[in-house]
Design a protein around this ligand. Structure first.
Ligand SMILES: *Cc1c(COP(=O)(O)O)cnc(C)c1O
Length: 397
């Protein structure tokens, strides 16, 4: 374990296993699943008290549920956040973290290198409601500065970015935002939870696609929003309660179980990714390897400051174009072709024809997504087998 991990993180593994559990009268070791939509009150008075807010028991699973409470408790400890709410997918978390913070007439500045659906929310949906958007080149702080207006309410970005793994300086952007009363929302998937904690660097809101490393085995969708009590409990809670993007108790249970093994899984994935990044540059027909934990990365210094390790994702380029990239993919035997990530299985994708297909060629060019670019989400396999698979495929391109 690196010494950059702060003291409270040293026992996070223990906390993940034991804290935040709510046990039933049967005193089960593994937490129960509460597949219930409603709750029974012992009296009419109790029902009244609950609706009045004098009694904090459960009312309806669109509002909350014991499985969601358990997962929220553990996520708050993981992130050092005051409060959290869960959603049925990462995208619902992205949407509501933004939407609950703006009204007609407000302005948002967002990075150009963000997850595709996030860009759609910002560019195609929010402008219909009188919300102004400026998209800036992610790594150019000067562009963020210049984009700020009187009505700017939000900075939105992810780091490392998808798929080029550029690093944005969370503390620099947060300091700039604070000067102008702007809230910083970080979509914190690619570094994995635990290994990058944006709230410590001044961000206001952290969101997760729990679908990725929190579940970690590619089983279910879910999302989380973490922030201060004021925003989560006095603002966001009612938005979610009345519009209903609730996470199912079953998926919450899976993700809570995922947290018990999160640290060991991501330690291994990051270790594997670092070894692959080190060795890939020497393989046939590989012309560029992009990995935030490698000294060759253009923002290596910032990555060192805010990430613990280089992350479980790496991006590389094959000599040639689309044909050679497809050849390479089709030669792989262990690594699977999939646009998903954060799975125990190593997954690889060709962004230009899948996740980033809807961008204009010009936009892909700005981001550096060429036809020979491939993005690898490193899994839990023996790294020797992943390396051999990559090596064999690279020889046959
Ligand atoms: C996957 C992902 C999302 C969307 O999450 P879903 O759970 O698929 O809705 C958003 N942002 C990032 C960075 C992601 O990787």
């Amino acid at each position: 374990m690196s010494d950059k991990r702060s003291k409270d993180l040293l026992n996070i593994q223990t906390k993940f296993i034991h804290s935040g559990s709510l046990r039933s009268q049967f005193n089960e070791t593994s937490e129960a699943i509460y597949l219930t939509s409603g709750y029974i009150y012992s009296s009419a008075e109790e029902a009244e008290a609950r609706f009045k807010g004098d009694d904090d028991g459960y009312i309806y699973s669109r509002y909350s549920n014991p499985n969601l409470s358990m997962l929220e408790n553990k996520l708050c400890e993981m992130e050092g956040a005051e409060s959290a709410r869960l959603t049925s997918s990462g995208m619902a978390a992205v949407f509501w973290s933004i939407f609950a913070n703006v009204q007609s007439g407000d302005h948002i500045v967002a990075a150009d290198a963000i997850f595709g659906s996030c860009l759609s929310i910002l560019k195609d949906i929010l402008p219909n409601y009188g919300i102004e958007i400026t998209i800036v080149r992610a790594t150019r702080i000067a562009q963020w500065k210049k984009a700020i207006k009187k009505n700017t309410k939000i900075f939105f970005f992810e780091t490392p970015t998808n798929p080029m793994l550029e690093i944005l300086d969370i503390s620099e952007l947060s300091e700039l935002a604070k000067l102008h009363n702007i809230k910083v929302i970080v979509d914190n998937v690619f570094a994995t939870p635990l290994r990058q904690r944006p709230l410590q660097f001044g961000a206001d809101i952290v969101i997760y696609s729990g679908t990725k490393h929190i579940d970690g085995q590619g089983r279910c969708l879910g999302g989380a929003i973490l922030s201060d009590r004021e925003f989560i409990e006095n603002k966001l809670h009612d938005y979610l309660k009345h519009t209903g993007p609730a996470l199912s108790p079953f998926n919450a249970w899976i993700m809570m179980k995922g947290l018990e093994t999160l640290a060991v899984r991501t330690d291994k994935q990051i270790d594997n990714a670092a070894q692959i990044a080190n060795q890939m540059a020497d393989m046939h027909n590989i012309v560029d390897v992009i990995y935030p934990g490698h000294t060759s990365h253009p923002q290596y210094i910032i990555a060192q400051k805010q990430m613990d390790g280089g992350g479980p994702m790496l991006t590389f380029k094959i000599r040639g174009g689309k044909k050679e990239a497809f050849n390479f993919l089709n030669q792989l035997k262990i690594i699977k072709i999939s646009n998903n990530l954060g799975d125990s299985k190593s997954l690889i994708t060709h962004p230009a024809t899948t996740t980033h297909r809807s961008l204009l060629p010009k936009e892909r060019e700005t981001l550096g997504i060429t036809d020979n670019t491939l993005r690898l989400s490193v899994g839990l396999e023996d790294v020797k087998d992943i390396l051999l698979d990559l090596h064999e495929a690279s020889k046959k391109v």
